[in-house]
Design a protein around this ligand. Structure first.
Ligand code: 5GP
Length: 116
């Protein structure tokens, strides 16, 4: 059986690489982004190492819904009562840099639109 190297975010979930962990459960972890683009910037990451949105299957439907419910809870805990932005970067054109799907949550300032 072929075994693939762990992704960066699997290594963080397994505590091989340190991160500021805000929440975790059996399906996902939530960490602060190491290079925040807003006063509050965290990532909701499934434990399952799906590379990107393009790799989702029907089996992942409930997991993806779970990520948004967790995002909402952590946003409230972080005090983002004025709102926040959620982003999945997918692929080269969107500058996805880590090939393990993750939901960005950004808040604590006014967000511009259209995004850059
Ligand atoms: P992407 O560009 O793939 O949408 O987002 C990857 C995010 O992961 C970036 O915002 C980047 O700052 C963040 N990141 C990359 N490496 C690390 C790390 O080692 N620890 C943490 N906490 N965030 C990371």
């Amino acid at each position: 059986m072929t075994s693939f190297p762990k992704t960066l975010f699997e290594r963080i979930a397994d505590r091989e690489i340190p991160a500021d962990m805000l929440f975790e459960d059996d399906q996902c972890i939530v960490i602060r982004d190491i290079n925040p683009q807003a006063p509050v910037h965290f990532l909701v990451i499934p434990r399952k190492p799906i590379p990107s949105l393009d790799d989702l299957s029907i089996d992942d439907q409930s997991l993806m819904g779970h990520l948004f419910l967790v995002a909402k809870e952590v946003a409230a805990a972080e005090g983002l009562s004025g709102g926040y932005r959620t982003v999945f970067n997918c692929g080269r054109d969107a500058f996805q840099t880590v090939p393990h799907i993750h939901l960005h949550v950004l808040g604590g300032r006014k967000m511009g639109w259209p995004p850059g």
